[in-house]
Design a protein around this ligand. Structure first.
Ligand SMILES: Cc1cc2nc3c(=O)[nH]c(=O)nc-3n(C[C@H](O)[C@H](O)[C@H](O)COP(=O)(O)OP(=O)(O)OC[C@H]3O[C@@H](n4cnc5c(N)ncnc54)[C@H](O)[C@@H]3O)c2cc1C
Length: 466
């Protein structure tokens, strides 16, 4: 067994989450080693990235990785089950994951991350001063020792995890079809009686299609049977039944597509990022963005622990952040499934439309600002010290607790919320509150912060002091 010199942080997995967390930690001055397996041949996948991913540029310079990926500004489909929906989304991109992930790894390497590529990490062991990770590469075995381990190995990884399903188990069956009369950049989504399909024209005449079905119905089926099931599903589609009739797909890849969360994503010497912490339903097209966001939070948690900051706050912040994003996602996807009408009584649709009622409803309608009401803080508001992301660290910050929000709110649109409430006089007119805040933010931002507070009942109409 060859020993690789000791490192501060070993990142296992070189997808978006692994590259981003490694990049952030290397920039903070740590020695970071990233071990990644290759995607197996034929496992490249076309995915959609929303334009909001660009907001992460400041945290991770994605630009070069996005540069050559084509725009796909429109999705058409039949989601409700009846009429055709057209959803414009300017700035959305189609990415080929193998080349995209390669560019992200290069960005991390340029920041000083040491890469061990085409290598598979085996089950890590705890040692008295950190971790030992056995690694298989080209028939050789070496080992890495590190103080902190980052599990960024995606949904599978092969390591022991404490994961819980967030929805009924779903499988994706993906294949490329070549004789299709299809235009590059065309995206189509369609609800089917017992599943749904997503497809994109990856070049003129080349269709990539994924069908999503219940895992229960695939259990025990071999690749040929799964391929037949993929074809049957697509032939039920109004868009493809004629276009693909008689055509033969390439090899079918099978992957888990169930939303799941790890119940224990942060410990003092171990943190899970991206899909390893929370894997969303692919329907949201948010997986890569969520993975990058979790990498930024995880890097701050690791930096806080290694630099002698408040480790307990760091762990609690990260666990809470994973939980919060997973619960929001669960509600939003259940709403999307519940939006389907035609086969809503079929088991596939019924099982996935659950949890719709989790979203907290705003307690008070937005008040018209023109009337310039006198406002005061709700009696239910409490200011607590909650762990929050501040720059590259996690710190306990004064945060706003109220029954309308499931957890304390520290930041709103990039502004610390508690000091803003502190500056409000009870019974002050809306215009005076906004004037006070406009010293620290533009007027339109101040107005949207106040409307957000009023919509939740954190700030409510109340008489000026007599
Ligand atoms: C069918 C399907 C369609 C999807 N479509 C979209 C979409 O359109 N848009 C979107 O944003 N998201 C989509 N997603 C979700 C998205 O793919 C993931 O959320 C995202 O890739 C998570 O990134 P990650 O870095 O956490 O994990 P991954 O991208 O899975 O990266 C994990 C990396 O770890 C490596 N690895 C695994 N095990 C080991 C090991 N033992 N040793 C070393 N390396 C290892 C893997 O080779 C891989 O490189 C889709 C998911 C599925 C299943």
């Amino acid at each position: 067994v060859t020993r690789v010199p000791r490192t501060d942080i070993a990142v296992l997995g070189g997808g978006p989450a692994g590259s981003a967390v490694a990049y952030r930690l290397a920039r903070l001055g740590y020695r970071v080693l990233l071990v990644t397996a290759d995607r197996p041949d034929g496992m490249d996948r076309t995915e959609v990235l929303p334009p909001s991913i660009e907001t992460l540029q400041g945290a991770f310079p994605l630009g070069p990785a996005l540069a050559d990926q084509p725009l796909a500004p429109l999705t058409r489909g039949r989601w409700s089950g009846f009429g055709e929906d057209v959803r414009p989304h300017p700035g959305t991109r189609l990415v080929q994951r193998v080349s995209f992930d390669r560019s992200l790894l290069q960005i991390a390497a340029a920041a000083g991350v040491e890469l061990i590529e085409s290598a598979r990490a085996r089950r890590p062991h705890r040692t008295p001063d950190g971790w030992m990770v056995p690694i298989d590469r080209a028939g050789d075995r070496c080992s890495v020792t590190a103080r902190i381990l980052v599990d960024a190995a995606g949904r599978r990884g092969g390591f022991a995890r404490n994961s819980r399903l967030l929805a009924a188990a779903t499988v994706a069956l993906c294949a490329r079809w070549t004789p299709a009369a299809i235009r590059a950049g065309e995206i189509w989504v369609e609800a089917l009686p017992d599943g749904w399909c997503w497809s994109a024209g990856v070049a003129d005449g080349v269709l990539e299609a994924a069908t999503f079905v219940s895992m229960a119905e695939c259990r025990g089926l071999g690749l040929q049977a799964l391929r037949r099931r993929h074809c049957q599903l697509l032939l039920q589609s109004e868009r493809f039944s004629a276009a693909l009739h008689g055509a033969v797909p390439g090899p079918v890849r099978v992957c888990d597509a169930t939303a799941r969360i790890d119940e224990d994503p942060a410990q003092p010497d171990l943190i899970r990022v991206g899909d390893a912490a929370f894997a969303p339903d692919p329907m949201s097209s948010q997986g890569v963005q969520a993975a990058l966001r979790s990498a930024v939070q995880a890097a701050a948690a690791v930096h806080t622990i290694l630099s002698g900051g408040d480790a307990e706050a760091a762990i609690s912040f990260y666990q809470d952040a994973v939980q919060a994003v997973a619960m929001r996602h669960r509600t939003a996807t259940a709403e999307l499934y519940a939006g389907h009408q035609r086969w809503r009584d079929h088991p596939f649709w019924r099982a996935r439309a659950e949890h719709v009622t989790d979203a907290p409803a705003p307690s008070v309608p937005i008040q018209p600002m023109a009337a310039d009401p006198a406002l005061r803080l709700s009696r239910d508001v409490e200011i607590v010290a909650a762990p929050a992301l501040v720059g590259d660290m996690i710190e306990r910050m004064p945060s706003v607790m109220h029954r309308s929000e499931p957890r304390p709110v520290t930041w709103l649109n990039g502004h610390l919320l508690a000091p803003l409430l502190d500056r409000m006089g009870s019974g002050e007119r809306a215009s005076a509150i906004l004037a006070g805040w406009s010293a620290t933010m533009p007027a339109d931002e101040a107005s949207s912060v106040l409307q957000w507070l009023m919509a939740r009942g954190i700030v409510e109409p109340g008489p000026p002091p007599s």
